[in-house]
Design a protein around this ligand. Structure first.
Ligand code: SF4
Ligand code: SF4
Length: 209
């Protein structure tokens, strides 16, 4: 299989309650103060959430939380989740270094779709038919995948040998910034068992939404 087995704010003037501004009705400053307060609250909330998610023994925790993840992904407010995803996705990639992991490339294959095959074979200066014959096989769902794992393009240092032209599945994996996260939640659940980034995003989402 492929890697897919992948405020409601017042606009009215406000009275500020701080220091020298106390008791003075200054609309612009009041709104600025209010916005700043909202931003500070948001940052503090996220700092608190971040500190709550401990990556130690994450795999065991993920196994324990599968039922909770499933219920969350089935019932979550999708708009709220989508708002959180870009930030959490970035945060996860800052905390977790894929070069220390490569579990996806070692265990699963991406789908090699026709545009991927065309781009990669051109990059390798191979005929498409030779590329397919050398590296790929067709799976039971009719998708081209690698003949065996780990992926033949994965180096010993965990770098991808075709990174700039890698399949779109690899580029999008682990789908933590896309609505695929809950649209194909069975895949998300599976991915959460081997990808710490999915674990991190799900744990933070549950804490935040
Ligand atoms: S499994 Fe997740 S954390 Fe590991 S290399 Fe793949 S994307 Fe990165
Ligand atoms: S093509 Fe590169 S990123 Fe994709 S599975 Fe292979 S080594 Fe990993």
């Amino acid at each position: 299989m492929g890697i897919i087995a992948v405020d409601n704010r017042e606009t009215a003037p406000v009275r500020t309650g701080t220091g020298g501004l106390k008791g003075r009705n200054i609309p612009a400053m009041g709104n600025a103060y209010r916005k700043m307060t909202v931003v500070i609250r948001f940052i503090l909330k996220n700092i608190n959430n971040m500190s709550d998610i401990n990556l130690e023994n994450w795999q065991a925790k993920s196994d324990e939380h599968q039922k909770k993840y499933k219920q969350f992904l089935e019932k979550a407010n999708k708009n709220k989740v989508l708002k959180q995803l870009p930030g959490l996705h970035e945060e996860a990639f800052e905390k977790i270094n894929c070069l220390n992991c490569a579990a996806c490339c070692k265990t699963y294959s991406p789908r090699f779709k026709p545009p991927d095959i065309k781009r990669i074979s051109k990059h390798l200066k191979m005929r498409e038919t030779d590329f397919i014959e050398t590296y790929l096989r067709m799976d039971e769902e009719g998708d081209y995948v690698v003949q065996r794992t780990p992926c033949p393009f994965l180096g010993d240092d965990n770098y991808c040998g075709i990174y700039d032209v890698r399949p779109s599945d690899c580029e999008r994996f682990p789908y933590t910034d896309e609505d695929v996260l809950f649209k194909k939640y069975n895949i998300t659940l599976k991915n959460s068992t081997f990808c710490p980034i999915v674990f991190y995003v799900l744990e933070n989402l549950i804490a935040a939404v």
